[in-house]
Design a binder for this molecule. Structure first.
Ligand code: NAD
Length: 261
């Protein structure tokens, strides 16, 4: 079984990793639902571009992942649009960095809602559809911070550990069905946001590009290479393949050795 003809929802997919996953699944012939909280002409144009490039159905559906009702409605709308929901990739995420005693409550609540609770709501809405169809894949984009911690990232680390825990529960609740649930734990991935941090880091530390990347940004990534959004997309595709049918309730690190340290 391949992803060809399958319907995939990717939350938070108008940029970065989510967009990379969407493009990879579309390239392999899946029908894709793109999502973010915005509803701009660019969002819809992005869906049209990917659809045209890969000759497959692509829809952009606006939904704010901090809103439980809108989050569940994303799944219902995707089902109404394409008639099935086979693959759910929970990817939407935000970050805020501050010491725990200064961490703003509203940032904590937003990170827990978007990075963790949204995956609960989408999964709750999608599982009955996957059960009815007799096949499903839940792939949660967690992080190396789902397995390990860094200072000043309390909400992010809590949310990503929570996602890894919930992934295991979903796997156990679907263990005897043709449905799997897994989490991908990326280290540092090259995205437009990360690219933007390179000149900022060079200026802050007075370093050249290579030194800023290797010594600051990739300080904890032993490979000293960024992962790519295509590699995360390829890992999602692998988890949707027959070879991965008995892989469930686990994490796959794509982190250049970060969590081996
Ligand atoms: P990004 O900012 O490029 O993408 C985040 C996506 O989530 C965007 O499409 C954004 O519009 C969307 N989003 C944010 N708030 C939303 C909301 N309320 N409702 C709907 N969509 C919303 O960042 P990214 O680096 O591509 O991150 C994607 C995921 O990968 C996140 O969960 C992040 O924690 C995880 N991750 C990223 C890295 C990395 O190095 N880039 C490493 C590990 C894990």
């Amino acid at each position: 079984m391949s992803v060809k003809g399958k319907v995939a929802i990717i939350t938070g997919s108008n940029s970065g990793i989510g967009l990379g996953v969407a493009e990879e699944l579309a390239r392999l012939g899946a029908k894709v639902v793109l999502n973010s909280f915005s509803d701009s002409d660019e969002d819809h144009a992005l869906a049209e571009r990917i659809s045209g490039e890969h000759n497959t159905g692509v829809a952009y559906i606006q939904a704010d992942m901090s809103d439980p009702e809108a989050t569940r409605a994303l799944v219902t709308k995707a089902h109404a649009k394409f008639g099935r929901v086979d693959i759910l990739v929970n990817n939407a995420g935000i970050q805020h960095v501050a010491g725990i005693d200064e961490f703003p409550t509203e940032k904590w609540d937003a990170i827990i809602a978007i990075n963790m609770s949204s995956a609960f709501h989408t999964t709750a809405a999608a599982l009955p559809l996957m059960r009815e169809q007799g096949w499903g894949r839940v792939v949660n984009i967690a992080s190396a911070h789902g397995l390990t911690a860094s200072p000043y990232k309390s909400a992010y680390v809590a949310a990503k550990h929570g996602v890894v825990g919930m992934t295991k529960v979903v796997a156990l609740e679907t263990a005897q069905e043709p449905i799997t649930a897994n989490a991908i734990c990326p280290g540092y991935v090259m995205t437009p946001l990360v690219e933007k941090q390179i000149p900022e880091t060079m200026e802050k530390y007075g370093m050249d590009r290579e030194t800023a990347i290797k010594e600051v940004l990739l300080a904890r990534q032993p490979s000293k290479e960024f992962a790519t959004t295509q590699q995360i997309g390829g890992t999602v595709a692998f988890l949707c393949s027959d070879a991965a049918a008995q892989i469930t309730g686990t994490t796959i690190s794509v982190d250049g050795g970060w969590t081996a340290l």
